[in-house]
Design a protein around this ligand. Sequence first.
Ligand SMILES: C[S@@+](CC[C@H](N)C(=O)[O-])C[C@H]1O[C@@H](n2cnc3c(N)ncnc32)[C@H](O)[C@@H]1O
Length: 256
Amino acid sequence: MIKLVKEVEAEEQAKKEQILKNKSKLQSKDFPLPLYQSEIYPHLYREEKWFNLFSKKWVNNLVSLFTRDKIIDSFIGDIYPASKVLQMGISFGDEIERVADQIGYQGRFDIIDVNNAQISFKQAALSDMYPQVNFFHYNAEDPLPEKYDTVICYMLLHELPIVSKMKVVNNALNSINEDGKVIFVDYGRPGMLHPLAYVVRMFNRLYQPFAEKLWDKEIAGFAEHDLDYNWKKTKFLGGMYQRVIVTHKGKDQLFY
Ligand SMILES: C[S@@+](CC[C@H](N)C(=O)[O-])C[C@H]1O[C@@H](n2cnc3c(N)ncnc32)[C@H](O)[C@@H]1O
């Protein structure tokens, strides 16, 4: 079949756009580990044995009381194939692989983390199976150089002190396209009669001091301009986990 010059030019242009889309503007930075991580999780994110243990599917499922898969299933369809996605913080288990599979080779999946050890462990685990995935040593509190179709903040907020929570939430919201979305997954407030509520509260007070703020406050409460967005929250395991999908409000919704 003979192609018109116009068609060839359009194909070339589409290829150029694809290459541009797949090239991240992000660049790794050099900075020390934040104090909240080195003090509260001195071993968890530095030693490969913990990464390997918690990345095992059955361990990951067990510690989440078999809820992780359900939560990932609930948002994976909201991420579009060939789209541009950013994740703030490396997660254990196969969440990253599930998202990378969903995006496919035509998309781009940028992952940022403050801990270089986590980046090397996850990079090694993925091997060269996912060319769409790029890792960067970068703090989720710092402004990002481009906008994304989806920003994922998966089990990160509960580890952060309140000021960092606010910076990360606002940064995530500022980093989506006009039609983009932020997906937050984290702990939430279990119902009053939840059989595990007090055990979890005790555990948090001993080992995760910043998690309880997510019991007292909605994630929207950390945002500077929360009224400019739609906040769609779903609870899991009696409220112990929450998934919140945030999109820009349409102009017609501004006064609701
Ligand atoms: C996203 S959480 C997920 C781990 C969690 N326990 C889970 O359920 O999978 C932990 C990761 O976030 C990273 N992290 C912590 N603070 C960060 C920040 N401000 N910016 C980017 N990554 C951060 C940590 O280094 C760690 O690799």
